[in-house]
Design a protein around this ligand. Structure first.
Ligand code: FAD
Length: 500
């Protein structure tokens, strides 16, 4: 047994240090990433219950020269929170640190342990009469520590910003095992470099986030959701502009979904019944041609061609009343219909319908997984350039690999697309990834760079994109990042091989 293991057991208790020494212990929940792209092997999985225990674990690891991989809910999508295959790294799981420490109603803040599951934290805010707006499909499992470490985005960024914008303070255990208490809850503090912003988005490579002070917001009086079919991607961008003008800060969500992406939901989860999916004779403007079925898409469930090449999900949060929200929404959509920006639209009648619409949107990644392995790109672009980017890149991909299928959807309001590439119908996903992934990534990322975008909008870099960063980030920025890493983690023990 590695001599570090008994030291770790003395710190957190024997039951909270799991190793492969006991053949009956299955560590795959911590060692395998969510997408099952990597399966590592840890020296030990360590589960501290307090900041003091985290600090003592880091001190022991630093003294032994052993590297540490922090992990929250293990829902990250870039292979950043699982150990490598060496069997020498300590996997530090934060999930036992899950206490809501304090709610300060007058200061509109919530202070929580890093291992709190996002959904529990949203509920704690709601129980106190407030809104904590961070929301993403993994919210039932991901932790606020992981959200902060990846600066997660989600569906409300348009109005409330990324996780970075929702955080006022952090508590961090440094790579030397010291505790930095920066849980101030201040909205103004210009006393030098912003350490909080340095740790947010650092993916566990600079220190371990153990707690955070987060911003709370008033709950809106009503939240309304609409689903619109649009004739082109440019029309979706135009609708976004119209919605921003008309709804202003009330526009809290604006998601776009390509026809093939929704075709996968229709194929694998037909019980969800995608609205406006089949064309109706009434939907005149921009009515797609009968051959506009999803490429290699689903078998028709009923007569009629698929209704539009793109669909949009809009959310309007209103601080006056539901009637006010509905009137604004309906007038927006009527104008858009008259101008040909939307070809058809429905507004949810109640919360159940609204949840059903969001559920369809959130089922796209799962439907995609059901369809087989695929190549994911989480990219951002200036919103104005998205239609031209997609025209050029869709065509380049089709020319390179005829029949390739594009699962294009995402947070259009933030300029963030999940521009994913699925093998042509009938082609084995594993072989497709093996033979085409590198080539496709280069094609897509080069196009992103030409259109002034980013190769990682919200998922981070992890180890999946670490090798790509030097090609797409300026050498000056990379040098500064390396200098920060060397200053904060001189031994290089914090999540090595990730980001840089
Ligand atoms: P983990 O996966 O455990 O870790 C992620 C990274 O953070 C790793 O590098 C890890 O080392 C580090 N880390 C974790 N905890 C700490 C800590 N306490 N201190 C320091 N470093 C730490 N992301 C979005 O931005 N927007 C989305 O809409 C979105 N949707 C998703 C939908 C699904 C179905 C899934 C599976 C993922 C989605 N994600 C999305 C990915 C997203 O990054 C995560 O869901 C979430 O932010 C990660 O939290 P986690 O607790 O699971 O972190």
């Amino acid at each position: 047994m590695n001599p570090l293991v008994p030291q770790l057991r003395a710190i957190v208790g024997a039951a909270q240090v799991l190793t492969h020494d006991d053949p009956a212990t299955d560590l795959s929940a911590w060692e395998q990433d969510w997408r099952k792209r990597a399966h590592g092997c840890a020296l030990a999985v360590v589960r501290p219950a307090s900041t003091a225990e985290v600090a003592a674990v880091v001190q022991a690891c630093a003294a032994a020269g052993v590297s540490i991989v922090p992990q929250g809910g293990n829902t990250g999508l870039v292979v950043g929170g699982v150990p490598d295959t060496s069997g020498t790294q300590v996997l530090l799981s934060l999930t036992r640190m899950n206490t809501v420490r304090a709610i300060d109603a007058a200061n509109l803040t919530l202070t929580v342990d890093a291992g709190c599951v996002l959904q529990h934290l949203q509920a704690a805010a709601a129980n106190a009469g407030f809104l904590f707006p961070l929301s993403l499909a993994a919210e039932g499992s991901c932790t606020i520590g992981g959200n902060l470490a990846t600066n997660a985005g989600g569906t409300q960024v348009l109005r409330y910003g990324n996780t970075r914008d929702l955080c006022l303070g952090l508590e961090v255990v440094t790579a030397r095992g010291e505790v930095w208490n920066g849980l101030s809850g201040l909205r103004k503090d210009n006393t030098g470099y912003d350490l909080r912003d340095l740790f947010i988005g650092s993916e566990g490579t600079l220190g371990i986030i153990t707690a955070a002070t987060l911003k709370l917001y008033p709950q809106p009086a009503a939240r309304l959701t609409a689903w619109a079919a649009v004739p082109t991607l440019q029309a979706a961008v135009d609708l976004l502009g119209q919605a921003q003008q008309r709804l202003a800060a009330g526009l809290t969500g604006f998601e776009v979904m390509g026809q093939f992406a929704l075709g996968l939901v229709d194929r694998h989860f037909p019980q969800l019944r995608v609205p406006l999916w089949r064309d109706s004779p009434a939907s005149a403007p921009g009515r797609p041609k009968p051959d506009a079925a999803p490429p290699g898409g689903s078998e028709p469930r009923e007569a009629g061609s698929v209704g539009a090449p793109y669909f949009v999900l809009l959310e309007n949060s209103d601080f006056e009343s539901e009637a006010h929200a509905r009137a604004l929404f309906e007038s927006l959509l009527e104008t858009a219909f008259e101008q040909g920006t939307v070809s058809d639209a429905v507004v949810a009648e109640n919360l159940t319908q609204a949840k059903a619409l969001w559920h369809i949107r959130e089922s796209i990644p799962l439907a995609q997984a059901e369809e087989g392995l695929n190549i994911k790109h989480d990219i951002s672009l200036p919103v104005s350039r998205i239609p031209a980017f997609c025209d050029a890149t869709d065509a380049a991909l089709q020319a390179a690999i005829p029949g390739v299928r594009l699962v294009n959807f995402g947070h259009l309001g933030d300029g963030n697309l999940h521009y994913n590439v699925q093998a042509p119908e009938g082609v084995d996903g594993k072989a497709f990834l093996r033979e085409e992934e590198e080539h496709i990534n280069t094609l897509v990322f080069d196009a992103v760079a030409r259109f002034d975008g980013s190769i990682s909008a919200e998922h981070g870099v992890g180890s999946l994109k670490a090798a790509k960063l030097p090609h797409y980030k300026s050498p000056v920025a990379l040098d500064l990042m390396r200098a920060i890493k060397a200053a904060l983690d001189p031994q290089g023990i914090m999540n090595p091989g990730r980001v840089l």
